[in-house]
Every structure is written in structure tokens, then in C-alpha cells.
Write a protein that binds this ligand. Structure first.
Ligand code: SAH
Length: 251
């Protein structure tokens, strides 16, 4: 029996309309769908009624499926000749472990394809009225994670490099809600101006989108007061001001 193909498909950041045409067409045909916690759940209505849908979503701290188990499920279903869609929030290769899953397929001799998605790193700021680059304001943007491998003894985040990047443009922090006070403090210590505008966006691109505003110095306190919860991302830089200059179009 011929093996099936595994498609690593980006589901987009939350608004179900932000999946790609290619991704949606594959989703409609799939025999098996393994999906994450952060995908737009409305997309599951697009699957075949007889498709197998497996929720492999991982809650912070409360692991349901280990990465190795997910890799095995992808391989096992494809080995049975099934067409497998691995549906992941945003883009599969932006903090999505898509690379690990593709390597697992490669090691098992399973053909795979990658369907990039609209990453929250760009789309969530956009729905909040913030372009990640803007002429004469930001000529680069840097996406980094605030959630490191918990087995690491020392932080591998190079704050001096981030401070340098912030002089060039915008910083976008993913997965940083619980470590936000420390991260912003370390940015200030590394030389980022504490008056730099900063913003948190929770459930961006969805009807539940919520915004907490501030500066690098005040944002962590504000986020705590507002009870900010994941999924949320943080944008640091002068581009944040464009939101109040007329770009706040959503909602
Ligand atoms: N592959 C995904 C990112 C996975 S990491 C992508 O390309 O978008 C998960 C992190 O993404 C969350 O902790 C949060 O920081 C961010 N995120 C994802 N969806 C979001 C949303 N709708 N609103 C705000 N942040 C979001």
C-alpha cells in the first residue's frame, strides 16, 4: 500500500478567513487532521464528516501529547496510506515545531509538504492597527520567544542584541505573558528606552481581541492589572503609535 502524505498546514492566527486557499483545499480533503489549541476551531467545520480529527493541543504546563507522540501519530497514519493534515496556529515554521515534525516524517520515509500560514507575529499587530515596519519609523522587525525550554538553566535570550535590533525597528514577543515583567526589565537594562511604546494583544484577529497599552516601563504592570492571558503577543517600538494615529481599523 502506498504511504500517505503529511501536510503541515498553517491555519492562520485566529480569524478563520486567514487560512490560505491551498491550506483550506487540503483540509477539505484530508482523511486525518491533527490540530492545535490555537487554530480557529471554525475551520474544523470544513473537514469531511468521516475524517478523523485529533486534538493534540498542548495547554501551558498541562501536557496532553508529547511532541514525540505527535510525530508518531503523523507517521503512523501516513503509513496506513491516509492523507494527513497537521493543522497548526499561524505559520507551521514560526515557533510551531513544524521543523521537528517534518524531520520526523523525513526520518520515517513519509512524504511531506509545508503550507505556510499567516503568522500571528505579523497579523495580530496588523489587526491592532500596527504595521511591523513603517518608512522612517522601523526598517526591520525581530520576532523572539519569551518561553524558553524549561530545562535550560540559563536564559539564552541575548538582550544586548535585542536592544540593538530595537534601534533598527520593531520587537515582537511571542509566548511571553508569564515572563513579561522580567523580559521588559532586561530590555531596559540592555539599553532600550523605557518610554518606548509597547502593547499587548490578546486573542488578536478574533472577536475576543483585547489590548493593553503602555511603555516598556509600564506595560507589565498594566497587563497584570488587566489580567492578560495567553494567547497574547507584545509589540515594542515606535510603530505602536500608528494605532492611535488612525490605523486602528478592527472592531
Ligand atoms: N506558529 C504560530 C506561533 C506559535 S507560538 C504563529 O505563526 O502565529 C504561540 C504564540 O503565538 C502565543 O503564545 C502568542 O504569543 C502568539 N499568538 C498566536 N495566536 C495569537 C493570537 N490570536 N493573538 C495573540 N497572540 C497570538
Amino acid at each position: 500500500m502506498a504511504v500517505g502524505t503529511v501536510y503541515l498546514v498553517g491555519a492562520g492566527p485566529g480569524d478563520p478567513g486567514l487560512i490560505t486557499v491551498k491550506g483550506l483545499n487540503l483540509l477539505k480533503r484530508a482523511d486525518v487532521i491533527l490540530y492545535d489549541r490555537l487554530i480557529p476551531m471554525a475551520l474544523l467545520d470544513e473537514t469531511r464528516p468521516d475524517a478523523t480529527k485529533i486534538d493534540v493541543g498542548k495547554l501551558p504546563q498541562k501536557y496532553r501529547f508529547a511532541q514525540g507522540e505527535i510525530n508518531n501519530l503523523l507517521v503512523e497514519h501516513a503509513q496506513k496510506g491516509q492523507m494527513v493534515v497537521r493543522l497548526k496556529g499561524g505559520d507551521p515554521f514560526v515557533f510551531g515545531r513544524g521543523g521537528e515534525e517534518a524531520l520526523a516524517c523525513e526520518a520515517a520515509g513519509i512524504p511531506f509538504e509545508v503550507v505556510p500560514g499567516v503568522s500571528s507575529a505579523i497579523a495580530v499587530p496588523a489587526y491592532a492597527g500596527i504595521p511591523v515596519t513603517h518608512r522612517q519609523v522601523a526598517s526591520a522587525f525581530t520576532v523572539f520567544t519569551g518561553h524558553e525550554d524549561p530545562t535550560k538553566s540559563e536564559s539564552s535570550i541575548d538582550y544586548a542584541a535585542l536592544a540593538a535590533a530595537s534601534r533598527l525597528g520593531t520587537l515582537v514577543l511571542l509566548m511571553g505573558v508569564s515572563h513579561l515583567p522580567q523580559i521588559l526589565q532586561k530590555l531596559i537594562a540592555a539599553g532600550v528606552d523605557q518610554n518606548t511604546p509597547a502593547i499587548c494583544i490578546e486573542w488578536g484577529t478574533t472577536p475576543q481581541q483585547r489590548i493593553v497599552e503602555g511603555t516598556v516601563a509600564t506595560l507589565a504592570d498594566n497587563a497584570l492589572k488587566e489580567g492578560l492571558q495567553p494567547p497574547a503577543l507584545t509589540v515594542v517600538g515606535k510603530v505602536v503609535e500608528l494605532r492611535s494615529m488612525g490605523l486602528n481599523w478592527f472592531g
